[in-house]
Ligand binder design. Structure first.
Ligand SMILES: N[C@@H](CCC(=O)N[C@@H](CS)C(=O)NCC(=O)O)C(=O)O
Length: 252
């Protein structure tokens, strides 16, 4: 039995949900409310000591980290394949995944928090903010400290936007050279892993990051048309649907 501890609007959860839906799998949904800090509950920390979502449990076996979960799912349920069989092509796909984790996944957090999640702290004074943020944050302590009550600085916002633009340009290069997917003919985990990041930027009204790149526009349209994408992005999975968006301090 597959159980997924996840959060509707979390990009890391969304990629796992797309992957599982592509395989036609069913799973038991355990919803984790990040705003209420369910991810830091001692019982959840026993499952995932990083205090983040998602976590997959397969008949008692715990699998952590969204990209690792996607590869694990692909190995257990190889049909339809989402990982290339040729080792060299597979290595190229994994290099994409590492890049996605190192660059756009981190970059997306800055506008996401400044625009969507910062209002959680509205009205709190310093002491109340410290109190709310007290306690273990195994992975994100420094992230929240840097963000503070005021959000990330303009410089940080600009750097993130630059990294996200670089991602779109790299996608454009790959899609122009091969296509229709990032790895060419085969639709793979590389497409799945970047899709929620692009979707988040669209949701935050930053589609201008790729609007001059028709290959990326077309890729995103095809991605959204997939039934698995629709399963993963059910109602109220986008931050704009339930959070007030606040314009960024440093626009673009
Ligand atoms: N490398 C981890 C990162 C997971 C992660 O950062 N998840 C975010 C949501 S996308 C989270 O749980 N954040 C916790 C928080 O905001 O306190 C993975 O890919 O699973």
């Amino acid at each position: 039995m597959l159980e997924l501890y996840n959060t509707p609007h979390s990009t890391c959860s969304q990629k796992v949900r797309i992957c599982m839906a592509e395989k036609g799998l069913e799973w038991t949904d355990h919803l984790i409310d990040l705003g209420k800090k369910d991810q830091l509950d001692p019982d959840y920390l026993k499952l995932n000591p990083n205090g983040v979502v998602p976590t997959l449990v397969n008949d008692g076996t715990v699998i952590l980290d969204s990209s690792v979960i996607c590869e694990y799912i692909d190995e257990l349920f190889p049909d339809p394949p989402l990982v290339p069989s040729d080792p060299a092509v597979r290595a190229r796909m994994r290099a994409w995944i590492r890049y996605m984790e190192e660059v756009p996944t981190k970059a997306v957090r800055v506008p996401s928090f400044n625009m969507a999640f910062l209002p959680r702290f509205d009205g709190l004074d310093d002491e109340q903010f410290q109190e709310r943020e007290a306690g273990p944050r195994p992975l994100r302590k420094h992230f929240f400290e840097t963000m503070g009550r005021e959000g990330f600085a303009d410089e940080e916002v600009r750097a993130s936007m630059e990294q996200l633009r670089q991602t779109c340009e790299r996608m454009d290069e790959a899609l122009t050279a091969e296509g229709p997917w990032l790895m060419g003919e085969a639709y793979t985990l590389a497409d799945i892993i970047v899709a929620p990041l692009i979707d988040r930027m669209a949701d935050l009204e930053y589609a201008n990051l790729w609007s001059d790149l028709p290959t990326v526009v077309d890729w995103y349209d095809r991605m959204r048309a997939r039934p698995a994408f629709k399963t993963a992005f059910y109602e109220r999975t986008r931050v704009s649907e339930f959070l007030a968006l606040t314009p960024l301090k440093a626009n673009d």
